[in-house]
Design a protein around this ligand. Sequence first.
Ligand code: HEC
Length: 142
Amino acid sequence: MKRAWLVLFGVSPWLTFAAEDARQFVDMPPAARTELRAEMLDFQTALYQIVDALAVGKFADAADTAETTIGVSAMGRHRTAPMNARPGMYMPNDMHMIARNMHVAGSELARTARSGDLARALGALQPVMGACVACHRSYRTQ
Ligand code: HEC
């Protein structure tokens, strides 16, 4: 009994995962996914740098990173890329909306961080991270 369960589990974990994964699949060409992943790694690094800067009271640094990497200033990064390398072209409207809201929240975080109030800055970081979570929990590309 136990063995049968193990075999089943061993050969079909991806089936189990697919069955339980209710996220919407978004089909993107490989070039768009490559661009998206590179952008994502920059977002993750930015979050790390922002928290690091806030922790030592470098509010201007946190604000600059937030604006240039995640904020509205960071929008349109793929504007001049060929069509198949522009992830935004393949995002459903609601997914695109989450992305735009994330950029707006990034700029709001930058403005708030400049005030030098740590509690408020953390409060403004939350919707930025909320956008990461909302998109990742709703959509998948593989
Ligand atoms: C609009 C949707 C969306 C938003 C917003 C978003 N992501 Fe992503 N993210 C994705 C998708 C889709 C993938 C999977 C890309 C793939 O592998 O094709 C991904 C993948 C990643 C990865 C893995 C990259 C790799 O090397 O495979 C990281 C890290 C990541 N995101 C971080 C973040 C962080 C941090 C934020 C918020 C600041 C964020 N993402 C916001 C959609 C989003």
